[in-house]
Design a protein around this ligand. Structure first.
Ligand SMILES: Cc1cc2nc3c(=O)[nH]c(=O)nc-3n(C[C@H](O)[C@H](O)[C@H](O)COP(=O)(O)O)c2cc1C
Length: 312
């Protein structure tokens, strides 16, 4: 029997295919197409302390093999989310990973305190790829000290055993340095990668296409960046589990991230074109692993790092 189970820190999952934060809300739309229990986990859209309306429009642009978005962290705020979305997800029997985002270190601390008593969560994904209003809008995950402070604040306030997955941006000189900082600060696992900062200029109006000017690039165009980041972090920190993402739209794409060192894979942009992409990818990845002679997912994690003489 093929063993598809995986883990991120102490959190155990029946299979390694998750939704990507921000690409499926809290799973309501997807639940019209399949049972959410089929997913390794539902990763909810990053939730902030207060309700937010997101950025001005237009906030999406198509790009070659991808898309650019500047949605901003639109959402109802943590209190309403805890009242409506979490009970609904629990009713569905879904495995829940809550994603949080803050504008200050204190925001992360307060969000963690609000979540500490919430039952039925598998893990917390901490999106630190967002601007820090206390530090000239600089992204937390771009600087070792602010990345560390945000994760430390969550670790101190979450209490108990809830595993923390720190989500990093690839827009840094050394992703390994940031990964080492967040692990030292108490992260149990790392999510790689958030979108890559980009811009599109409309050659008719001769102005940036997005109202926010810059946006996050996602989709197949960024997959080689994800593979590189996962490979580098797995090489430096082989004991730390990685939730990989970035341009996965087939089982073969997910397999590539697993070979680089991911223990689970989130699917984002592919869901916009096909709401059942996650289910297709789950089946295809399993077949890929079996066809390559693996008896379990775990055996394949980081396989690309093995030297030729050391293959199974
Ligand atoms: C429209 C959109 C909204 C997103 N919102 C979030 C978010 O709220 N929090 C987060 O951590 N990442 C967010 N992301 C990033 C995705 O979770 C993912 O890291 C990235 O898109 C790469 O995966 P993909 O190429 O499969 O989409 C968003 C991406 C898109 C395209």
């Amino acid at each position: 029997m093929f063993n598809y189970r995986t883990n991120l820190g102490q959190a155990e999952f029946e299979n390694p295919i998750f939704t990507a934060s921000g690409c499926a809300g809290s799973g309501k739309e997807l639940s019209q197409f399949f049972n959410l229990t089929e997913l390794g986990a539902v990763v909810t859209k990053s939730i902030m302390l207060k309700p937010r309306s997101g950025r001005a429009t237009p906030r999406m642009a198509e790009t070659p093999s991808g898309m650019l978005n500047s949605i901003g962290l639109q959402g109802p705020g943590i209190d309403q989310f805890l009242e409506t979305d979490i009970p609904w997800l629990r009713e569905q029997g879904a495995t829940i990973v809550v994603s949080i985002a803050g504008e200050s270190t204190e925001d992360y601390a307060v969000l963690a305190r609000k979540l500490r008593a919430v039952p039925g969560l598998a893990a917390l994904e901490v999106n630190i790829s967002c601007p820090n209003v206390e530090n000239r809008g600089q992204v937390f995950a771009c600087h070792p000290a602010t990345a560390r402070a945000a994760i430390e604040a969550v670790r101190r306030n979450i209490g108990g055993e809830l595993p923390i997955i720190a989500k990093l941006t690839p827009d840094v000189t050394s992703i390994v340095e940031i990964a080492q900082e967040v692990v030292a600060a108490g992260a149990d696992a790392i999510a790689l990668i958030n979108t890559v900062l980009g811009m599109v200029i409309d050659t008719t109006t001769m102005r940036p296409k997005l109202a926010g000017k810059t946006g996050g690039l996602s989709g197949p165009a960024i997959r080689p960046i994800a593979v590189r980041a996962i490979y580098q972090v797995h090489e430096a920190l082989p004991q730390v589990r990685i939730l990989g993402m970035g341009g996965v739209s087939s089982g073969l794409d997910a397999f590539e991230l697993i070979l680089a060192g991911a223990s689970a894979v989130s699917v984002g942009t592919a869901t916009f074109g096909n709401p059942t992409a996650v289910i297709k990818i789950k089946e295809e990845l399993k077949n890929e692993l079996i066809e390559h002679g693996f008896d379990s997912l775990r055996e394949a994690v980081g396989y690309a790092h093995r030297s030729e003489g050391n293959l199974i």
